[in-house]
Design a protein. Structure first.
Length: 313
């Protein structure tokens, strides 16, 4: 039997104007974004819809992205559409947490606002990230292990694209080593810190304190976590994994492969950009990929998903 997954992009996919047509045209989306503004104490319509620098600053980007993703999710739910499983890349995992029912909207917005602040504050001087193209994961893992200093894999995005993270000097040395080992291309990323590295462990510790006071529900649907690429099926697993996720590798390719192996043949990317759709083309071309970042996309996706549901029945 075919299955559908809702997947949510992470930081880096944001752009000025994201979600504006949903906010303007769909009351449920306006309510969600206004709720995120209320919980975070930020003017999110201003951050999301008007030219500004804040949209690209971690502490604002994360809550802005999640507000748009959650708004589109709630519009889909209003149409009676629910996934069989869910997942999100890095920040996007909080969209999956909302979809699965383990976090309420209010709690997810509260936690992500704090997460963005903690990650911004924890960014040490001298951190870096680089995308490595055209080299096997095993080669990159070995190069990182053999390089002096802090350097590790931040993201397993898709075949042929892996991101490394850590101390600037160590990332540079590992990059040189990988060029010698035949990496097709290495691209330094314009990011504000060495995300998903051991250097961000302090942010995870602060997040753990915040999560102590947050209620977590039992998953109504399973979601695949970045940390292990396995399904989260119990409330007791959620907090520890969200804490570890801040400084652990994002096993995105493995999450997608897990869902495909479980019978998922339709993936719906919910939120700004088409980053995850791009990764999917390299992970598997045997699945259907829908992308929702505009109301027009939404209407097409709803029609497709409802037709699929009718066909199943």
């Amino acid at each position: 039997m075919s299955k559908t997954a809702f997947i949510f992009p992470g930081q880096g996919a944001q752009y000025v104007g994201m979600g504006q047509d949903f906010y303007d045209k769909m009351p449920v989306c306006r309510q969600v974004i206004e709720k995120a503004s209320q919980v975070s104490g930020l003017d999110l319509p201003k951050i999301c819809f008007t030219e500004n620098e804040e949209i690209h600053i971690t502490e604002y980007t994360q809550i802005a992205m999640l507000s748009v993703e959650a708004a589109i999710l709630k519009a889909l739910e209003q149409e009676g559409l629910m996934p069989d499983v869910s997942a999100g890349l890095s920040l996007g995992e909080y969209g999956a947490c909302i979809a699965s029912g383990v976090l309420s909207l209010e709690d997810a917005f509260y936690v992500v606002r704090k997460r963005g602040i903690f990650m911004q504050e924890a960014v040490p001087a001298g951190g870096a990230m680089s995308a490595v193209m055209g080299t096997d994961a095993e080669v990159i893992e070995k190069a990182c292990r053999e390089t002096e200093g802090i350097v590790s894999i931040a993201n397993y995005n898709c075949p042929g694209q892996i991101v490394i993270t850590g101390e600037e000097g160590a990332v540079g040395k590992a990059s040189e080593k990988l060029k010698e080992l035949g990496a097709r291309r290495i691209v330094p990323l314009n990011v504000s810190g060495p995300f998903h590295s051991a250097m961000l462990a302090g942010a995870g510790e602060k997040l753990a304190e915040i999560l102590q006071n947050v209620a977590v529900g039992e998953p109504k649907i399973p979601y695949a976590t970045n940390v292990t690429a396995e399904y989260v099926t119990k409330a007791s697993q959620v907090k520890e994994l969200l804490v570890r996720q801040v400084s652990s590798s994002v096993k995105w390719q493995q999450c997608v492969e897990k869902m495909i192996a479980d019978g998922v043949d339709t993936f719906v990317e919910i939120g700004p950009g088409k980053t995850l759709s791009g990764f999917m083309r390299k992970i598997s071309r045997n699945v259907k990929m829908l992308n929702i970042q505009t109301v027009e996309d939404f209407e097409k996706a709803v029609e497709t998903l409802k037709n699929q549901t009718a066909d199943r029945e």
